[in-house]
Ligand binder design. Structure first.
Ligand code: ADP
Ligand code: MG
Length: 243
C-alpha cells in the first residue's frame, strides 16, 4: 500500500503550549529518497513539529508512523536509533572541545575517540563537508560548525535527516555546497526534511513541500509546479498575498 511505502507518516500531530496550539492536527508524509520542504513564516510551528519527530518535545495528540508502524519517540537517542538525524537551528557544541570530542558526546562512551575521528573524516570527505576532526570548535566558522552537526547525524546512518533553517547561517557558496550534500543523500535513498522560509531555495531543491501557517497545514504540493506567488499565498494567507 501507499502507506507502507512511506518512510514517515504523521497524522493529526498537535502540540499545545498551555492553551496555544503551536502545531494543530498536522498531516505529512515523506517517501524514501524525497527532499521534503517544511515551509512557513516565523512562528508557523515548523521547529515545534520537527522537535516532536526528534523526541525533543512530546505531542499533545496525534500519531507518528515510522515505516508503517506507530511509534512514540521518547528522546533524541530514541529518534537516532530509529534512523532519524537532526541538524538544529542553534547548535549545541562545546567550544573548548575538538570536533571529534563533540561528536563523541552523542555516542556510546565505549567508542574510541580515534575511531570517531577517523569515521568523521571519512564521512566529511564522502559528503563534501570539509572538516578537520582534531580542530577546536572555537576556531571554526558557523558553516564549519554546521558541518559537524551534519557529520554527527550521518555517523548514525540515518534514513531521514532533518535540517532546521540550515541556510540562515550560510553564505550562498556554502549553501550551494550543502545542496550538493543533500542531493547525494537523496541519491542514496535517504530522505530529507528541509525547513525553510526561502521560496527560491525550496523550489530549487525540494520534491515536495508542506506549508504551515499558524500551526496548520495550508497546502502540500510539488513546489516546482507552483509559482512563488502561490507558495507565498499558502505561507501568509490569501488575504495578505492578494494586496
Ligand atoms: P517556527 O519554527 O515556524 O518559526 P516555532 O515552532 O518555533 O515556529 O514556534 C511556533 C509558535 O509556538 C510560536 O508562536 C512560538 O512562540 C511558540 N512556541 C514555541 N516553543 C514554545 C515553548 N516552548 N513554549 C511556548 N510557546 C512556544
Ligand atoms: Mg524555527
Amino acid at each position: 500500500t501507499r502507506e507502507a511505502s512511506q518512510l514517515l507518516h504523521i497524522r493529526g500531530l498537535t502540540k499545545y503550549f498551555g492553551s496555544f496550539a503551536a502545531c494543530n492536527a498536522v498531516d505529512l508524509t515523506i517517501a524514501p529518497g524525497e527532499i521534503h520542504a517544511l515551509l512557513g513564516e516565523n512562528g508557523a510551528g515548523k521547529s515545534t513539529l520537527v522537535k516532536m519527530l526528534f523526541g525533543v518535545l512530546q505531542p499533545t495528540a496525534g500519531e507518528i508512523l515510522w515505516q508503517g508502524s506507530p511509534r512514540s519517540i521518547a528522546s533524541p537517542s530514541a529518534a537516532r536509533e530509529l534512523g532519524i538525524g537532526m541538524v538544529f537551528q542553534h547548535f549545541s557544541l562545546f567550544e573548548a572541545l575538538t570536533v571529534a570530542e563533540n561528536i563523541a558526546l552523542s555516542l556510546s562512551p565505549t567508542v574510541p575517540l580515534a575511531r570517531i575521528a577517523e569515521e568523521a573524516a571519512a564521512l566529511s570527505n564522502a559528503y563534501g563537508l570539509p572538516l578537520d576532526p582534531n580542530s577546536h570548535v572555537a576556531d571554526l566558522s558557523v558553516g564549519e560548525r554546521q558541518r559537524i552537526e551534519i557529520v554527527r547525524a550521518l555517523l548514525q546512518n540515518p534514513k531521514l535527516i532533518i535540517l532546521d533553517e540550515p541556510t540562515s547561517v550560510l553564505t550562498p557558496q556554502e549553501a550551494d555546497k550543502l545542496f550538493e550534500t543533500l542531493f547525494k543523500l537523496k541519491a542514496e535513498g535517504r530522505s530529507v526534511l528541509y525547513i525553510s522560509h526561502r521560496l527560491e531555495e525550496v523550489q530549487r531543491i525540494c520534491d515536495r513541500a508542506t506549508v504551515l501557517r499558524h500551526g496548520k497545514v495550508t497546502g502540500s504540493c510539488d513546489p516546482r509546479q507552483e509559482t512563488p506567488a502561490s507558495l507565498a499565498r499558502m505561507m501568509v494567507g490569501s488575504e495578505v498575498a492578494a494586496i
